[in-house]
Design a protein around this ligand. Structure first.
Ligand SMILES: NC(=O)c1ccc[n+]([C@@H]2O[C@H](COP(=O)([O-])OP(=O)(O)OC[C@H]3O[C@@H](n4cnc5c(N)ncnc54)[C@H](O)[C@@H]3O)[C@@H](O)[C@H]2O)c1
Ligand SMILES: [Fe+2]
Length: 393
């Protein structure tokens, strides 16, 4: 491996966008309700999913009492596709909202972000995939996450499955940054253990892939490494004892930091190789990432040794005789963590047929916007080998 990971220097220009209002903490959902009632919005479109419907109804009830028109759309049952987006946008266009609220996991938030930007012209979705393709957004957007995972509430990204090509595609645009994000850990108390584990691992991967990234930057490193520390120290407790609000809060703050890394730095090969598991086999995003994590990191290790050693130490691993040994211990720690929180460990365990690996590798190679950021160059042959290693590890 001839490359080594330098990242950007402290002098490199960096532009960070965040919501104008970013609230975090137990009880901020109530504050959101208070300010909504007295706010200027008059037609409010709320997107949510069945498990979080009662919170959306609380929003609707408070806004309705204040004389506002409100519609709730709750038809998001899995990770969203272009068709899901089109149905939501169609429903929104009947209300012509001046405020869109996404209240749910990353699946809901991503659709809400796109609906806010495109409800007047939903057919533009196809031309919007990629970086910086959205013309703008005139409808206000508020996001209220109910999982501690994607960080979509602070990222300029939205991911949809394009069923026509069976590919997960991203819209990346500053116009997708919400105006307001309200992160209340109490809303995550009802997330089932298996979902807590998967979305928490996704958040951990955001932090790891941003910290050890060709475009890593000292300012973002601070969020990323703190996110690693928070999630690694508390995810197991949040999974095993779901009513521990302190553990839930720590994981949610870690996930928020992970999300804050996505705009300025973004992720790498773990995410790129994970996408085909979601698009073709409908494996949940967090599980897809987690099942590939240690194999991709082992591949990257020679190009990111020091950064991976830092990550290991942030996870509480004792330093070894060298960075390489510390980094190896970190990989073992990650493997143990994903086992302890009950996540499948191999591609075989999530029922991927062995003959799909070549096809998945070709699909992953199209995700150049992330592969370009990975600390080590990934070729098609490398991708196939990584999938093979993850097959029955
Ligand atoms: N925009 C971004 O920056 C970004 C980053 C990473 C991932 N993503 C995308 O986000 C999606 C995944 O989002 P996710 O991991 O949050 O999962 P999710 O939104 O699909 O939620 C997982 C499950 O948990 C349920 N749920 C959500 N909140 C709950 C609560 N409080 N109580 C009980 N159940 C609850 C959901 O209804 C769903 O069934 C994927 O499509 C992925 O590609 C986006
Ligand atoms: Fe992710």
């Amino acid at each position: 491996v001839s490359e080594s990971l330098a990242g950007l220097s402290i002098q490199a220009p960096l532009v960070v966008s965040l919501p104008r209002t970013l609230a975090f903490g137990v009880g901020v959902f109530e504050r959101f309700l208070d300010q909504l009632a007295s706010g200027a919005a008059s037609r409010i479109f709320i997107l949510t999913a069945p498990p979080t419907l009662r919170h959306a109804e609380a929003v609707a009830s408070r806004a309705g009492t204040a004389g506002k028109r409100v519609e709730i759309w709750s038809d998001i049952v899995a990770e969203p596709s272009v068709r899901t987006f089109a149905a939501a946008a169609d429903s929104a266009s009947k209300l012509a909202p001046d405020l869109v609220i996404g209240l749910g996991g990353g699946s809901v938030l991503d659709v809400a972000k796109l609906v806010a930007a495109l409800w007047q012209s939903p057919s533009e979705i196809d031309a919007s995939f990629g970086i910086g393709k959205l013309a703008g957004r005139t409808t206000r957007l508020a996001c209220i996450p109910t999982t501690a995972g994607t960080g979509s509430e602070v990222s300029p990204n939205a991911i949809l499955l394009d069923e026509r090509e069976n590919l997960k595609k991203g819209v990346i645009s500053p116009h997708l940054m919400p105006d307001e994000s309200w992160c209340d850990p109490a809303l995550t108390l009802t997330v089932p253990a298996s979902v807590t584990a998967a979305v928490g691992m996704d958040a951990l991967v955001h932090c790891i892939e941003a910290y050890a990234n060709r475009f890593s930057h000292p300012m973002i490193d601070a969020w990323a490494i703190e996110g690693v520390r928070l999630i690694a120290s508390s995810l197991k407790q949040a999974v095993l004892k779901g009513d521990d609000l302190d553990a839930r809060s720590r994981v949610m703050l870690g996930a928020l930091y992970g999300g804050m890394c996505l705009g300025p730095v973004n992720t790498g090969a773990v995410h790129a190789l994970a996408y085909p598991l979601g698009s073709e086999f409908k494996i949940a995003h967090g599980v897809s990432n987690s099942v590939l994590l240690t194999q991709v990191l082992a591949f990257n290790l020679p190009a990111a040794t020091r950064k991976y050693a830092d990550i290991a130490v942030a996870m509480g691993v004792e330093r070894g005789a060298s960075d390489a040994q510390t980094a190896e211990r970190g990989l073992a720690h990650l493997k143990r963590l994903s086992k302890e929180v009950g996540i499948p460990q191999s591609l075989a365990e999530v029922n991927i047929p062995r003959d799909a690996l070549h096809r998945m590798a070709s699909a992953a190679m199209t995700v150049t916007r992330l592969l370009d950021r990975n600390p080590r160059t990934v070729t098609l042959e490398d991708a196939i080998r990584i999938y093979q290693q993850a097959y029955s590890c």
